[in-house]
Design a protein around this ligand. Structure first.
Ligand code: UTP
Ligand code: MN
Length: 520
């Protein structure tokens, strides 16, 4: 992954050609004169003047150049000229290599030494042509941007995400959102931010984020971010909120009560819910990232149990793994059946069977939170939040690490699982967070899109639908408020046509979405 360049002083040339050494008085300065508009004879005159004064002058093909001098050219014209010459230092122009007007050269010649570079000497380059192109295309909504899993701004995004997390720990959701938006914007840039001015034309980067970015660009770190990372509250909040079932409010209350470690929770007999007790018991495993192959193994095991419970039903691995991430904090599975209504009762059966087979260390089923169909229709039309109303189960899965490789069937897994349990070899299995979500087939495309994430992408997709398309999108449906019959997501009488159109549209979005890998 490309690391962010920290502002460095350019090293003076290690050695100079022998024939030049006698006349070089300023070894840290190597001039390159741009002949464009200057003409070859004038260039030859200026080169010999500079050499007489003790300056080293080389061509645009030299890697030792530190100062590029031109006459009557704009910064961008010089960049273009250097590009045509195949100059090896093009990327460092403006970040170690100075791009200067002839005025700096003439002043240096008349004083007999390189004068200090002032802003008036510098040729302004808004951005490289490629960068300019990229900057113009940066969209405001995350769902319009391509966000690769690997990007060029790791140090910057980590700093901004620490600030977002800290804001979240204080309950400042607005600030949290602002920092995560700025981080998400940086992740999508196909070029590298090297100086603060590179951010000028970008949306979603507020004053505070800018300040922190500038600090990291110039000093390699931000004092504010480092202070937060070292702070006792931040570290404790991070520790507590990583416990399954513990949110910011509980963690903050425990911190106020003086608790600092997991041992403190036990020592103070802190009242814990069943979920939190399980979270604490399997803390180490649950804070170890889940790998893609572990997620696939779990998906396959669940698929077999589901097939036994309801032939034809499907299990889809979603969340970060569907975006191409190689590790995550949990496994998100969507269950459905090709016939609407057939999925009712499926979750209870699947969870019951897996529990009996010893696959579940903890589980808690939440029924669909719709009270009635009217409720559901109303909520689907109005809700633009990430919360959905599907039946679901939050669980801790017991994933055996089978020495002979991944078991071929659920029954084999169970046999091996029991064998491991009996022999009790420590470390031979791992606790993994698994979320099961059941959706009727007619809402599946919306649920799949909603559960694929990232959170930033989903939030902006809903905002985009609302503000740009005047539609409501959530994990149940895409609803066109401007149409009487624009309810795409549930088959009810004459709405079948809309359902069909909606379904195709969402499949299209989902497929194109998989080809765009996005992180955040
Ligand atoms: P996760 O929290 O699992 O995130 O939610 P993730 O992207 O998979 O990342 P890791 O790797 O596990 O940490 C997955 C998606 O499911 C949606 C969220 O919007 C997120 O984009 N989601 C989550 C819901 O729609 N509803 C929920 O109740 C929870
Ligand atoms: Mn996940």
């Amino acid at each position: 992954m490309a690391q962010l360049p920290v502002k460095k002083k350019r090293q003076p040339p290690a050695s100079l050609p022998a024939n030049l050494q006698h006349c070089v008085r300023f070894p840290g300065v190597v001039l390159c004169l741009v002949e464009k508009k200057m003409g070859l004879s004038r260039k030859a005159f200026l080169v010999s003047l500079a050499q007489r004064k003790g300056f080293c002058v080389e061509e645009a093909s030299s890697e030792r150049v530190t100062h590029v001098v031109s006459e009557n050219n704009s910064g961008n014209e010089v960049i273009e000229w250097l590009k045509r010459k195949g100059s090896p230092f093009l990327d460092a122009v403006g970040h170690g290599i100075a791009l200067l007007d002839l005025s700096w050269f003439t002043e240096s010649m008349s004083t007999g030494q390189p004068v200090e570079i002032e802003p008036r000497h510098r040729l302004q380059v808004a951005a490289h042509a490629k960068e300019l192109e990229g900057q113009c295309q940066v969209a405001t909504y995350a769902c319009q941007r391509r966000t690769p899993l690997e990007h060029n701004h790791q140090m910057l995004t980590e700093a901004l995400e620490t600030l977002a997390e800290e804001a979240h720990f204080w309950g400042s959701e607005g600030r949290c959102l602002a920092f995560s938006r700025a981080a998400s914007m940086l992740k999508s840039l196909p070029w590298t931010v090297r100086k603060i001015q590179d951010l000028n034309s970008l949306p979603c980067i507020g004053e505070h984020s800018r300040r922190v970015i500038q600090e990291v660009l110039e000093d390699g770190e931000s004092a504010e971010v480092e202070r937060i990372r070292r702070s006792e509250r931040y570290q404790t909040m991070k520790l507590f909120t990583k416990i399954f079932g513990v949110g910011v409010k509980t963690a903050s209350r425990w911190y106020q009560e003086g608790l600092r470690t997991l041992a403190d929770l036990q020592a103070h007999h802190t009242k814990l819910s069943k979920e939190q007790q399980a979270g604490l018991l399997y803390y180490e495993d649950l804070s170890t990232p889940v790998t893609f192959s572990e997620a696939e193994t779990i998906g396959q095991l669940v698929r077999e149990v589901v097939e036994q419970c309801l032939p034809g039903a499907s299990v889809t691995l979603t969340g970060g793994f569907r975006r191409g991430k190689q590790s995550g904090h949990d496994v998100d599975l969507l269950l459905t059946h090709p016939m609407d209504g057939q999925e009712v009762g499926l979750l209870g059966k699947v969870i019951g069977q897996m529990d009996r087979q010893g696959f579940l260390l903890y589980h808690s089923i939440h029924r669909s939170s719709f009270q009635s169909f009217e409720d559901e229709a109303q909520e689907i039309r109005d809700s633009t939040t990430a919360m959905d109303h599907f039946e679901r189960c939050f669980s801790i899965f017991r994933l055996g690490c089978f020495p002979g490789g991944i078991p071929r069937s659920a029954s084999e897994a169970q046999r091996l699982n029991n064998a491991v349990q009996v022999s009790g070899t420590p470390g031979s299995w791992k606790a993994v967070r698994v979320d099961f979500v059941v959706t009727p087939c007619s809402q599946f495309p919306f649920a799949l899109l909603g559960w694929t994430g990232s959170r930033n992408f989903e939030r902006d997709l809903r905002r985009f639908s609302k503000h740009e398309k005047k539609m409501v999108l959530n994990s149940h449906a895409l609803y066109d408020k401007g149409k009487v019959c624009g309810f795409w997501g549930r088959r009810t009488g004459g709405e079948s046509l809309w359902y069909g159109v909606g379904f195709l549209l969402m499949i299209y979005i989902s497929v194109s979405y998989v080809f765009c890998l996005f992180a955040c």
